[in-house]
Design a protein around this ligand. Structure first.
Ligand code: HEM
Length: 172
């Protein structure tokens, strides 16, 4: 298989992963969350748990495939060794790749944190022996996390749009 074949296959994987990631982030922030805030809390908790799990799988798969296909392309194009040099980062091509990598890394961190919070706080089951004080602490923790999640949703949209801009502008 030629290098051209692998570059084209990685490009197809990269573009579809970008569509999945940017699409699910915009859907989550602009459509799902505003809708969840307009339905009763008991319903929105169930709906967000059902949809949240699926979005987490799609987001994680897309972000891993974007990183793998992106770095593999840079490696195949012989650009990986110069990735962290000032000439590359400030150059007419490298500046857009750097924008993609920085946005991708930001989304990797916020995605990882959201996944951890989802498991450790938002969907954590209280033991039967839990008292009122435990319930209060749990509710306060869930409120804190939801506040940070709301902030992340808007930052994620900015990072996703910037990454897609970097991809559209990066022409070797
Ligand atoms: C959220 C993350 C990212 C998004 C939304 C994104 C999006 C895109 C898009 C739309 C393109 C243009 C289509 C194409 O030629 O494939 C592209 C190209 C590219 N991306 Fe990304 N990308 C992301 C992350 C990355 C990462 C982490 C790397 C790793 C180094 C990377 C490396 C590349 C490369 C090398 C190209 C080809 C540029 C060229 O034509 O020479 N991307 N990306």
């Amino acid at each position: 298989m030629s290098t051209v074949f692998w570059l084209q296959l990685l490009r197809v994987i990269h573009v579809y992963s970008a569509i999945l990631l940017v699409g699910s982030i915009v859907f989550n922030t602009a459509i799902l969350n505003p809708a969840l805030k307009r339905i009763p809390p008991a319903h929105s908790t169930v709906v967000s748990q059902k949809i949240g799990g699926g979005l987490f799988v799609v987001g994680t798969t897309a972000i891993l495939l974007l990183g793998l296909s992106g770095f593999a392309r840079l490696w195949l194009m012989g650009q990986l060794p110069s990735l962290l040099t000032a000439d590359f980062v400030t150059g007419p091509y490298g500046r857009w790749i750097t924008l993609m990598i920085t946005s991708w890394f930001f989304l990797f961190i916020t995605g990882g944190l959201s996944g951890y919070w989802y498991k450790a706080v938002l969907t954590k089951k209280m033991p039967y022996s839990a008292g009122l004080r435990d319930m209060e602490e749990m509710r306060a923790a869930q409120e804190r996390v939801t506040l940070w999640q709301d902030r992340f949703y808007y930052w994620n949209v900015v990072a996703a749009v910037l990454a897609a801009l970097g991809g559209a502008m990066a022409k070797f």
